[in-house]
Design a protein around this ligand. Structure first.
Ligand SMILES: *Cc1c(COP(=O)(O)O)cnc(C)c1O
Length: 449
């Protein structure tokens, strides 16, 4: 298996994150209050999130933000992550394209989520918080937060969607191993949970129920803050460590990407790898193409509508300007659990409107075919989420085969799939399906909003 890996020395690691908001030609529209429709300032968010995260969220001025030294120290435990030239995949595809991937699966938790969990817990600790809480669906974010909370000596309570907890038992074991308390949502431990259960005793939970419970816990418990693993601007900021490293590593390889690709749930790993490269498009020096790969069953980037919508199903959050399928959207139960979110986040939505990037949607079976080929050529079993990026990469590499173009393609491998083997098992047994949704379904759901 021919591979070439590029690793940075400790003294070459980035010491600042990149905030693309400062360089955007049109800034993202502000989040607004659902009742007054007034734009929100960071003070309006600070009873929920750590203060520093609220400031970063709405910072459209500073392009570079220092990574606290304590966070840099923790990043050093697993960074830099390797940039890899995927020769074996190229050969299997017979493509003249040069394919590189940034491997974010090599850390204690197996996905990129840890890059933001660490700073969020650090800032919470700094301001005297003792407890953090969150919701999790498939469990990657909950697992990363549980670990980061342990690192900074915080107590962590996670509300996991009840049905996911039953379907993916290992992720809750991981969270509990790192010392977190995990409750299936809806639970009897909050007002919101009790209300839901009294209305429907057999409710199996949703991200909406879990967000409501976590936010309630944070706002009613002294010294407790809520954290979120995607969608928000400060999360993409923390993830920019991925692209900043990749930029230096591509330089070591003597190349620069013509195309950058990542899978897309709420946009954190996409923003992480893409925004540092996009800054050279914004300054006019480069003309890289940026592609976000979403599932065909949850196509907010390619078929959603740009409007103000809630970030959660229950409608507890501020209204956010974004491409959305409607906050009540219930995507099919595909295996890429991390990509089943209804909205695109504020920065990416503005970038799409301005034609600076675009989305593609990929059917479930094509993602698994791509994941299998990647496993068999590069020796890594990818997360079903990441396989969307691989599938989009393969599409581009095949185009190069037809045209003979030697494009340089870089994609982000957001995580490994070793805790998702049930999904691979079902694929191998021929039990997986595609879920395409109709225009009527999307229209009807948006009307409900
Ligand atoms: C959560 C997750 C995603 C999707 O989230 P983004 O914020 O869009 O990156 C993708 N891949 C993996 C492995 C994840 O855990």
């Amino acid at each position: 298996m021919k591979q070439k890996r590029f690793i940075l020395q400790e003294n070459e690691l980035p010491t600042q994150w990149y905030n693309i908001q400062a360089d955007m030609p049109n800034k993202p529209l502000p989040p607004i209050h659902p009742a007054t429709r007034e734009p929100l300032g960071w003070e309006d968010l600070a009873h929920i999130f750590p203060t520093e995260c609220c400031k970063q969220e709405l910072d459209t001025e500073h392009a570079w933000i220092d990574i606290p030294e304590e966070v840099q120290e923790k990043y050093k435990y697993y960074r830099s992550t390797p940039l890899v030239r995927a020769y074996a995949l190229e050969e299997a595809l017979g493509t003249p394209a040069h394919i590189y991937f940034k491997n974010e699966s090599v850390n204690p938790l197996g996905s990129h989520k840890i890059n933001s969990a660490l700073p969020q817990c650090y800032y919470a600790k700094q301001e005297g918080t003792t407890n953090v809480t969150t919701e999790t669906g498939a469990g990657q974010w909950g697992a990363a937060l549980s670990y980061a909370a342990k690192v900074y000596g915080l107590e962590c309570a996670v509300y996991q969607v009840k049905i996911s907890m039953q379907q993916k038992p290992y992720r809750s074991s991981i969270m509990r191993t790192f010392g977190a308390t995990v409750e299936g949502s809806p639970s009897m431990s909050t007002r919101a949970g009790k209300d839901i259960i009294s209305r429907d005793p057999h409710h199996m939970g949703s991200l909406g129920t879990a967000i409501s419970e976590a936010v309630e816990l944070a706002t009613t418990t002294p010294n407790c803050k809520y954290t979120l693993g995607s969608v928000l601007n400060h999360v993409a900021l923390h993830q920019s460590i991925i692209g900043l490293e990749a930029e230096k590593q591509m330089e070591m390889a003597g190349e620069y990407p013509d195309t950058v690709i990542a899978c897309f749930g709420g946009g954190s790993n996409f923003g992480g790898i893409a925004f540092p490269f996009m800054r050279h498009n914004l300054s006019g020096e480069r003309h890289t193409e940026f592609i976000a790969a979403e599932p065909e069953s949850c196509p907010k980037l390619t078929r959603g509508r740009f409007e103000y919508d809630f970030g959660d199903e229950a409608g507890y959050t501020p209204l956010l300007p974004m491409y959305t399928l409607g906050h009540n959207f219930r995507p099919a139960n595909i295996h890429a659990g991390g990509l089943r979110y209804h909205g695109a986040g504020m920065i990416v939505s503005q970038l799409i409107k301005d034609g600076l990037m675009h989305g593609v949607d990929i059917p479930q079976l094509e993602t698994f075919e791509a994941g299998m080929l990647f496993a068999r050529t590069e020796g890594i079993i990818p997360a079903p989420e990441s396989s969307h990026a691989i599938a989009a990469t393969i599409r581009e590499a095949k185009k190069c085969k037809e045209t003979g173009e030697e494009k340089v393609i870089l994609f982000n491998l957001s995580g490994h799939g070793l805790i998702d083997m049930t999904a691979y098992e079902q694929y191998l047994n021929g039990d997986l399906l595609n879920y395409k949704i109709s225009d009527e379904e999307i229209e009807n759901n948006l009307k409900k909003g």
